[in-house]
Design a binder for this molecule. Structure first.
Ligand SMILES: Nc1ncnc2c1ncn2[C@@H]1O[C@H](COP(=O)(O)OP(=O)(O)O)[C@@H](O)[C@H]1O
Ligand SMILES: [Mg+2]
Length: 226
């Protein structure tokens, strides 16, 4: 269970203050597949960064289970990011000089868990995202959709509890985008990983069990699909 409590973020740039999140509160049960929607500038990425421990709030708190994570030291937050969270961004952010396989297992190597064959796990994950025959390819030898699926496999290498995807299909054509969304959907079902994804394509809402719509840093709608 994740708890977002009265979360606010004000960006200050010189004399300009932007209230990107305005005392937002909600709960996310484990295993949820949650879509975040809303106009450009409504605070979606800001909210995802707060839940993903990539930035700190101006006020309010985020809980992972019983643990309040907003005020942990940077070292503890870095550890949680590596062990507990997976990220997929709009731009795939793969390392060009590494193969698909190496890109996927790198965060496993960084975590350095004993007794886990991360190279084997990376192969399995590439199989799960439909790229078993592409493991020796370099990013430039892959389509955008394939690169994004490598990025999803990489996000999963340390078995995160929570996967955050910020407009993962924004740079993809419709068919590749659909395949990426279906991949996230399948991972949510099969690996029971909690997924929060941002999309402004209403078609993607079908993949979530729930959609939260943000408007000027507030929740304007919280919709459950039945
Ligand atoms: N690092 C930043 N510094 C200053 N303002 C920012 C920063 N990031 C986002 N903003 C502003 O905060 C608001 C919300 O941005 P964002 O969360 O990126 O929206 P969305 O992802 O919904 O498009 C926007 O007005 C944006 O311009
Ligand atoms: Mg955004």
């Amino acid at each position: 269970m994740y708890k977002i409590e009265e979360l606010s973020k004000i960006y200050v740039m010189g004399r300009v203050r932007v209230k990107a999140l305005d005392a937002v509160s909600f709960l996310i049960p484990d295993g949820e597949m949650l879509g975040l929607a809303g106009r450009s500038g409504s605070g979606k990425s800001t909210l995802l960064k707060q839940i993903g421990l990539l930035d700190r709030p101006t006020s309010g708190r985020v809980f992972f289970g019983d643990r309040e994570v907003t005020r942990l030291t940077e070292g503890k937050r870095a550890q949680l990011r590596l062990q507990y969270l997976g990220y997929v961004f709009q731009e795939y952010a793969l390392l060009g000089e590494l193969t698909a396989h190496q890109n996927v297992y790198l965060p496993g190597m960084m975590l350095g868990r004993k007794n886990i064959d991360y190279k084997q796990r990376a192969k399995e994950l590439l199989g799960m995202v439909g790229l078993a025959d592409r493991i020796r390819h370099y990013p430039k030898e892959l389509s955008g959709g394939e690169q994004q699926r490598v990025a999803i496999a990489r996000a999963l290498i340390n078995s995160p509890r929570l996967l955050l995807a910020d407009e993962p299909c924004a740079n993809l054509d419709t068919v590749s985008g659909k395949f990426v969304m279906e991949t996230l959907f399948k991972l949510n079902r099969e690996l029971k990983v909690t997924v929060i994804f941002v999309s402004h394509d209403p078609v993607d809402r079908q993949y979530g069990r729930r959609t939260i719509i943000l408007s000027d840093g507030n929740i304007s709608e919280d919709i459950y699909l039945t």
